[in-house]
Design a protein around this ligand. Structure first.
Ligand code: FAD
Length: 362
């Protein structure tokens, strides 16, 4: 029925690494699974966005999967040591994690809208409605790809796709592919495609190459920079935009083979390809947008959290607490959008929301 709802203290939205980590700490700090908090997720199975990554993304070429709190990846994978594809291994790990800690995950529930109702929130979903005193939003970015709109886009007769829907290079054999974007996905997939077909690499700005040797200091600086941005209410930037691209041996080979001879961004899309500002044209069968993702927070629109600077002003130890309304946390947003960050943020989220709602002493 329309006006029946399930009442809890805290609703966590999303069961990816950010939501799982927050759920783990809520439980650890004594919030009761079910009555005290629930996790709503709109997927059929465990793994968050990891279950949708392309097949060639393996444990060997991902940046690194850090442990969620309480159960290491290695420990969880003892039963399944063969899994090497990230889209199998990480979902298997998260599934084991959910079961080990009996986390109260409710699937398949999509949160459509959240409204304030007296001193609580009404969480409208495609199923049962929920009422909660606090919200932990951990909906990631995978469902909101960023595709720039260019004049002529509708007239293109070829295929346009985004990282999100990429499956395998073989699908593009014999087709000329324009790969757009300067992030890790763009470079990795450019490398993959160039082995089976002709490619052209296009980026808005010249890529910012850095030495291969990863310096943890550098990683910390990058996170600090994103942290600072979100505390000012600026939209979070992708990590690559602050860390640059490491010149790995694979990238070095691509540089030597001319695959990374990059062109600037075109300004128009034509029926058969693209056109640059100076009138030059190129034919293409495929325009492949590796242009990143946006924050998936549209369901929070009625709460008016976004500042005039385009982002939500964040506060709290891990920059997950919404300054305007501390009963709301956004985790996996900005500095916590990595497996390392999500783990650290989970503890801060749980501590701070429990304190704000005065649920317990922690
Ligand atoms: P997700 O994994 O996206 O989880 C969010 C969950 O919420 C999903 O299950 C989703 O279906 C659900 N959801 C969304 N909207 C709703 C709604 N309205 N109602 C209910 N449920 C909803 N980071 C690393 O540390 N190491 C890496 O190697 C790495 N590789 C990456 C590779 C790629 C291609 C990308 C895009 C990112 C990578 N990242 C990596 C960054 C980051 O760790 C991942 O994006 C990670 O999946 C983010 O986790 P999350 O929990 O924030 O979101």
């Amino acid at each position: 029925k329309k006006n029946t709802f399930y009442k809890v203290d805290i609703v966590v939205i999303g069961a990816g690494q950010a939501g799982l980590s927050a759920a783990y700490y809520l439980q650890k700090f004594g919030i009761e699974a079910g009555k005290g908090f629930v996790v709503l997720d709109d997927e059929n199975g465990a793994g968050g966005a990891w279950q949708h990554r392309w097949d060639s993304l393996t444990l060997e070429n991902v940046n690194g999967i850090n442990d969620l709190p309480g159960l290491s990846f290695e420990e969880a994978m003892k039963e399944n040591p063969e899994a090497i594809r990230a889209n199998q291994a990480v979902p298997a790990y998260y599934s084991k994690y959910e079961k080990t800690f009996h986390l109260p995950i409710i699937r398949t529930v999509k949160v459509l809208n959240i409204k304030e109702q007296k001193d609580r929130f009404l969480i409208e979903t495609n199923g049962v409605q929920f009422s909660a005193r606090g919200i932990v939003n951990a909906t990631g970015t995978w469902k909101t790809p960023n595709i720039p709109h260019l004049p002529g886009s509708e007239s293109f007769k070829g295929l346009q796709l985004h990282t999100k829907t990429y499956k395998k290079a073989e699908d593009f054999r014999g087709k000329h592919v324009i790969v757009v974007g300067a992030g890790i996905s763009a470079v990795q997939l450019l490398g993959e495609l160039s082995k089976v077909t002709t490619t052209t690499w296009v980026t808005r700005r010249p890529p910012d190459f850095r030495p291969y040797e990863f310096n943890p200091e550098h990683g910390r600086e990058a996170v600090a920079m994103v942290d600072e941005r979100v505390r000012l209410g600026l939209p979070p930037k992708s990590v690559v935009s602050v860390t640059g691209l490491p010149i790995t041996p694979a990238i070095e080979e691509m540089l030597n083979n001319g695959i990374m001879d990059r062109l600037p961004m075109f300004t128009e899309i034509t029926a058969n390809g693209v056109r640059w500002e100076d009138g030059q044209e190129m034919k293409a069968d495929v325009i492949f947008w590796n242009t990143g993702f946006k924050q998936n927070i549209d369901h929070l629109k009625e709460l008016n959290l976004v500042s005039e600077k385009g982002g939500v002003v964040m506060a709290g130890k891990a920059a997950t607490q919404v300054q305007k309304d501390p009963r709301i946390h956004l985790t996996g947003y900005g500095p916590s959008a990595s497996t390392i960050g999500a783990n650290r943020a989970g503890r801060a989220v749980a501590r701070e929301i429990i304190a704000t709602l005065e649920l317990k002493k922690v």
